[in-house]
Design a protein around this ligand. Structure first.
Ligand code: UDP
Length: 456
């Protein structure tokens, strides 16, 4: 869709947070907006930079992020986010890059930023460029993260060991154990700060785009709209973005091993358990070994993503002795998979996931039930929603033990309640398909977002 003179209808700049689970939805959103006739500039850090060759239709501008010094750079994700914000603010590099983009035609209508990039928002604001935030989690999590003052006031946090099962009655079905608890992190101050940042950037924006769809989170979206409309902030439920966009797996930072698709082709329909803990979550060596033996002893076919750096403090991802012999051709291990394609494969009957929001949404869109092992941040709430609200999966809680894993896999893959979860997952998939249809909610959100952008 072009402008009246055949050129773009306008330009938009997008700045993703440089982690896989944030980069992909931002590039997907860029692709959707490009499809609506907007010219796209992606402003990005040098760390985890996207590959321009995979997106020839976009312009790319790199800014230094201060993370080049591998020794001095923080190792953890939260530390990296805060450090790159500080470095970008101090150097003025984003402001300079934006000023240069603003001096060319067509002038950008606005900047879309990840919610964790206040330094970028500050630079835009100094140049009079309005911002919209992309929240790469669910609507439920936007509400949850906005509720931390209340959670402290009402004594849910800091979480007490004997209260982990206590329901947070203001935010059903969340329980205390599902909360990201800053007091559990070595640096509480940074953990608190990361929560404040998301609320702060949203408050300074004209709109928030959420990678979700109406039928999935009806009460959550309603409550959020009510809350944010008081500040004049528009809410766009514009997902699932990976289904709206055409870029497929092109935003992957790691090379995907397609040999697993050929392997899946040899497996019977609905029999394979796909196992992946996303791009950042680390696993302790003991837990890794329990996962390996749980999979081996389950007797079920599985495809397991064992990426570099998966094991805490080690680049070594060696499988336990005797594992390969025990599993033989029933199991396939890859470093990185084409996940969307895997989940859409008819052989896949279940997904053991860490419940990153992209993984959760990708599973929902393919009607695949989940074995949930959330570990951190929003994953905990996502896992709760999978089990209690959508009832399309089961949480694996407590210490990881091979016997427990074996039972959980059997429950998901062959027991009656696994079958019921699978049926509900198929129905939820259909709801996603419906939302994506031409006159349905996601398309309407797209129209509204483009109108909103062009009105800024
Ligand atoms: N992913 C992938 N190949 C893999 C594992 C994951 O392409 O082997 C993709 C997956 O499709 C998802 C993203 O990596 O889009 C992970 O994002 P998510 O929000 O699930 O988790 P995070 O990595 O942020 O913890």
């Amino acid at each position: 869709m072009a402008g009246i003179d055949g050129g773009p209808r306008g330009r938009i700049v997008l700045f993703p947070l440089p982690f896989q689970g944030h980069l992909s939805p931002m590039l997907q959103l860029a692709d959707v907006l490009h499809g609506r006739g907007l010219a796209i500039t992606i402003l990005h850090t040098t760390f985890n930079a996207p590959d321009p060759a995979s997106h020839p239709e976009f312009a790319f501008v790199t800014v230094p992020d201060g993370l080049q010094d591998a020794v001095a750079a923080p190792k953890d994700g939260i530390g990296k986010i805060l450090s790159m914000n500080a470095a970008m603010e101090a150097s003025g590099c984003v402001r300079d890059a934006l000023a240069s983009i603003l001096s060319a035609e067509p002038r950008p209508a606005c900047l879309v930023i990840d919610t964790s990039l206040p330094a970028v928002q500050k630079a835009a604001s100094a140049l009079g460029l309005p911002t919209i935030v992309l929240h790469t989690g669910s609507a439920a999590v936007v509400r949850l993260f906005r509720s931390y003052a209340m959670l402290h006031e009402k004594g849910y946090l800091p979480a007490q060991e004997h209260e982990l099962n206590r329901p947070v009655k203001e935010l059903p079905p969340i329980r205390v154990s599902d909360l990201f608890d800053p007091s559990k992190y070595p640096n509480q101050e940074t953990a608190n700060k990361i929560l404040d940042i998301a609320t702060e950037t949203t408050a300074k924006s004209s709109g928030i785009v959420i990678n979700t769809f109406e039928a999935l989170e009806i009460p959550e979206l309603e409550a959020l709209r009510e809350e944010l409309s008081l500040s004049g902030i528009s809410v766009f439920a514009m997902g699932p973005l990976h289904k709206l966009s055409t870029i497929g797996d092109a935003s992957s930072l790691l090379e995907q091993d397609h040999s697993c698709i050929e392997w899946l082709d040899t497996q019977a329909a609905g029999t394979v358990l796909y196992v992946s803990f996303g791009s950042v979550v680390p696993v302790h060596r003991d837990d890794f070994n329990e996962v390996a033996w749980g999979l081996a002893n389950s007797g079920k076919p599985f495809l397991w993503v064992v990426r570099h750096g998966l094991i805490v403090g080690s680049q070594d991802t060696e499988l336990p002795d005797g594992f390969e012999g025990a599993v033989e051709s029933r199991g396939k291990v890859v470093r990185w998979a084409p996940q969307q394609e895997v989940l859409a494969h008819p052989a896949v009957g279940g997904f053991w996931t860490h419940n990153g929001w992209n993984s959760t949404l990708e599973s929902i869109c393919e009607g695949v039930p989940m074995l949930c092992r959330p570990l951190f941040g929003d994953q905990l709430a996502n896992g709760r929603y999978v089990e209690d609200v959508w009832k399309i999966g089961t949480l694996l809680v407590g210490k990881l033990e091979r016997g427990k894993i074996e039972q959980a896999i059997a429950r998901l893959m062959e027991h009656e309640d696994g079958t019921a979860m699978r049926e509900r997952a198929k129905k939820l998939k259909m709801k996603a398909v419906m939302c994506l249809k031409n006159t349905e909610s996601t398309q309407l959100a797209e129209d509204m977002l483009v109108d909103h952008i062009l009105s800024l």
